[in-house]
Ligand binder design. Structure first.
Ligand code: HAM
Length: 423
């Protein structure tokens, strides 16, 4: 008989206890930092009508990466490839009664049919933080960028470990359309080539641009734009978004965030819904130089659900890339089990007493396991040790009679005689 496989579905992970402990430790920092910023947690179903993604998510995701199927009622549904359309839907659903600005976060699992590789899987968990309806978009952008930095600082990371690169959607459009005078239908391809610039040889980069009909003169302008960075913007103040980015960078400097954040005109994010600020957070480590997470401003998504609209800015931070980052820099390591006590039972007749003692200890907030069988004492000690339990309570006839227990610390061998309420 052929056995069933024990492997999980391609590109997904089982979370064994040690994996769960690591994940929970990662999430604990997220909850703590995000709540310090006043964010409320939300959640939603993993399945949505596929229409939700057709209008606004990127062509790559809808065309190639979405998990979709017909349900038994003939509705075409999708497993969420991202959370943003759902969050926008929920904001629109409670538009009137929710106090603005809205600060919501969630840690959903999301699914994309990708070729699995380092930092890229088919299911990942993604911290989403979004602010809707701020009277000042600039303040909301600053607050969100500060949160992005503080999240990584929450794990002990510093400016040496990561950098946030930001840009503005309008600037790129203004350069491609206004300065290079390229027709709008060429913009997406040229942007995609720009995105590849750091990953290919200069000749290959030039060849790709040439194939798109970009002339040498146009390429020279593009080079100025990409290399001179803020200086280019200062010269081209008329470009939509230029003044905004210059002011944003000045404010970030004043906030002491200058060392973490840089303007990089090469930041091109894949989603169609971004309308202003866009940013990507990069790992500085040479072995792991990749985008950790990203986000941006999307002012038109809530308006898709009704006539009321709200501006919005947010980001999504994936657990896979974050774990790589934390492990590469040794910022978070494997987490030990945290069971404090093990009750070893000398004789099975005493099992009821062991259960009573365990109940008493748990009532007082202690964590404890008890021996669940008639193994010899040595075996029970081994079990406690394998399970990383720090202390063993030994329960024999004398202990039951006197209600005084021997508590042994495994690491040191130290033994104490204690009453139940003293343990
Ligand atoms: P995204 O850039 O597609 O943006 O994903 C955000 C983050 O999720 C990535 O930077 C990465 O950490 C993680 N991620 C994405 N795809 C994968 C994958 N296949 N495997 C592992 N990790 C992955 C969004 O999804 C936007 N909805 C974020 C957002 C929220 N924008 C505004 N609010």
């Amino acid at each position: 008989m052929a056995y069933l496989t024990t492997q999980p579905y391609k590109g997904t992970r089982d979370f064994f206890p040690e994996d769960m402990r690591f994940r929970e430790a990662m999430f604990a920092v997220m909850h703590r930092v995000v709540r310090q910023y006043g964010f409320d947690q939300i959640d939603a179903p993993i399945i949505e009508p596929v229409d939700l993604y057709l209008a606004k998510t990127s062509e790559e995701i809808v065309g190639q990466q979405i998990y979709s199927f017909k349900d038994r009622g003939d509705r075409l549904v999708a497993i969420r490839p991202e959370m943003t359309p759902t969050v926008a839907r929920m904001v629109a659903a409670r538009f009137q009664e929710t106090p603005k600005p809205v600060r919501w976060y969630s840690i959903p699992n999301v699914w994309r049919y990708e070729q699995p590789g380092k930092g890229r899987l088919r299911e990942h968990w993604q911290l989403n933080c979004d602010i809707f309806g701020a009277a000042s978009e600039k303040l909301a952008d600053l607050e969100l960028l500060n949160l992005a930095v503080d999240l990584l600082r929450g794990y002990g990371a510093t400016g040496q470990h990561f950098k946030v690169y930001l840009s503005h959607r309008s600037i790129l459009n203004g350069v491609l359309g206004g300065e290079l005078k390229l027709p709008p239908e060429k913009w997406p391809n040229v942007a995609r080539i720009m995105d590849k610039r750091a990953k290919v040889k200069p000749e290959a980069y030039s060849a790709m641009l040439e194939a798109e009909g970009v002339t040498a003169l146009q390429k020279a302008e593009l080079d100025f734009f990409l290399l001179e960075k803020l200086d280019y913007l200062k010269k081209k103040y008329h470009l939509e978004g230029a003044e905004y980015v210059i002011e944003l960078m000045q404010a970030l400097e004043t906030l002491g965030l200058g060392e973490f954040i840089e303007y990089d005109p090469g930041v091109v994010r894949g989603f169609d819904y971004y309308t202003g600020l866009v940013f990507e957070v990069f790992d500085n480590h040479p072995d792991n130089r990749r985008s950790l997470f990203g986000g941006g401003r999307y002012n038109n998504l809530v308006g898709a659900f009704g006539k009321e609209t709200l501006n919005a800015v947010g980001f999504g931070m994936g657990d896979v890339t974050l774990e790589d980052f934390l492990r590469t820099h040794k910022l978070l390591e494997d987490q030990p089990r945290r069971v404090e006590l093990y009750i070893a039972v000398l004789d099975e007749k005493l099992a009821t007493h062991a259960l009573q003692l365990a109940a008493q200890l748990r009532q007082r907030g202690k964590t404890c396991e008890i021996s669940l069988g008639a193994a010899k004492l040595g075996k029970q000690f081994q079990e406690a040790e394998k399970k990383q339990i720090a202390r063993v309570i030994i329960l024999g006839e004398d202990e039951v009679a006197s209600s005084v227990y021997t508590v042994k610390t495994l690491a040191t061998g130290e033994q104490l005689k204690l009453k139940a309420e003293e343990i």
